[in-house]
Design a protein around this ligand. Structure first.
Ligand code: PAP
Length: 347
């Protein structure tokens, strides 16, 4: 039997943090063999804001991605071996990652714990489901291999950057997108919390203009969404394509759809007992935002000291109306409608 450190193999995912702590002897020095390639990639245009002073965005396969995460993507391409039982949540940042991490993790583990003692009470969603390109960029590839199946990860990589192993294997992808105007606002506030004030780096207008040019974290956002949308039309059994606003509107319906897609549909008995509603409630914005575990500092989450509380702000649709002028909203809408033309997608 494979060696999982001190973690016993089970048939449901366990929080990534537990696996990492049990296997921290497997952490290596991050790879440096891709530095020559990284040095040749175009840097973000001057004048476009960046909230990571040491980490400019570089253009990799049509997407603006922070340098260390391109390093992670290259290491993934080289070393990651997808398993048919893997599940990957993909989002453009600020499109519902935290929420869907919780939903997927809770759905898969709902019979493994009483819901009032569920790991989501003691681990924030990002400690339950980790980001693949980030762990690969920090020398943790062997930990990824040590995780017993079924594994659940998230990624922000555009479809064009996913390693071939993910595209070729039978693993499944849940993709979530959100009105880009709300993504922009959410990103602005999140960056502000990290930097102790986003306007220390750039004005809101500069960030907006850059977003409209497609220069933002993993942007352009329209290419990100379209990449997964087009593929989900070809392979609906491979990619479940969801929208944040629709989940907000009908959470129970989407929770059932999600459970079905990830291979653990709710039984009639569960539905009658209200289990779907209980999972939706456990993962709801109000519930997660108020848990202690989502309000403590976890310095190891990134180079910055990110508190999990930063991932819970308003959790609503349409906050852009409080921040964008009508002209700004129309300009961004027009850009996106133009890009979406003929695809069947609407904001
Ligand atoms: P990430 O991609 O960096 O991990 P992500 O979780 O996608 O971030 O984005 C955070 C947004 O999701 C926040 O939106 P807001 O700024 O417009 O408020 C956050 O409030 C929202 N969010 C987090 N958890 C939930 C939830 N359980 N239900 C609904 N929205 C949520």
């Amino acid at each position: 039997m494979a060696n999982y450190g001190s973690v016993s193999p089970v048939d449901f995912p366990i929080p990534y943090k537990i696996i990492e702590e049990a296997n921290n002897h497997l952490i290596e020095k991050p790879q440096e063999e891709h530095e020559a390639l990284l040095a040749t990639l175009p840097l973000q245009p001057s004048g476009t804001p960046n909230f990571h002073p040491k980490q400019p965005f570089i253009l990799y396969k049509g997407a603006w991605i922070a340098k260390s995460l391109v390093r992670g993507a290259l290491a993934m391409e080289q070393h990651f071996k997808s398993r048919p039982t893997d599940l990957l949540l993909v989002t453009s940042p600020k499109s519902g990652t935290t929420w869907l991490k919780a939903m997927i993790f809770a759905t898969l583990t709902r019979t493994s714990y009483p819901l009032d003692q569920h790991p989501l009470h003691t681990h924030n969603p990002h400690q339950c489901v980790t980001n693949l390109e980030r762990v690969f960029s920090t020398g943790r590839r062997q930990i990824i291999e040590a995780i017993p199946s079924p594994r659940v990860f998230n990624s922000h990589l555009p479809y064009s950057v996913l390693p071939q192993t993910i595209i070729d294997s039978d693993c499944r992808i849940v993709y979530v997108w959100r009105d880009p105007k709300d993504v922009l606002i959410s990103m602005w506030y999140f960056s502000g919390k990290i930097m102790g004030g986003a306007d220390k780096i750039a004005t809101f207008e500069e960030v907006y203009n850059s977003f409209c040019q497609g220069v933002n974290n993993y942007g352009p956002i329209w290419s990100h969404v379209l990449g997964y949308w087009e593929e989900s039309k070809q392979r609906p059994e491979k990619i479940l394509f969801l929208k944040y606003e629709n989940i907000l509107q009908e959470p129970v319906k989407h929770a059932k759809k999600l459970a079905h897609f990830i291979g653990c549909p709710y039984s009639e008995a569960e539905e009658n007992q209200g289990v779907v509603e209980q999972i939706v409630e456990l993962c709801s914005f109000g519930k997660l935002k108020n848990m202690d575990v989502n309000n403590n500092e976890i310095p190891s989450m990134s180079a910055h000291n990110i508190s999990p509380s930063y991932f819970f702000r308003k959790g609503e649709a349409g906050d852009w109306k409080n921040h964008l002028t009508q002209e700004m909203a129309e300009r961004l809408n027009t850009i996106i409608e133009e890009k979406f033309k003929g695809s069947g997608l609407k904001i």
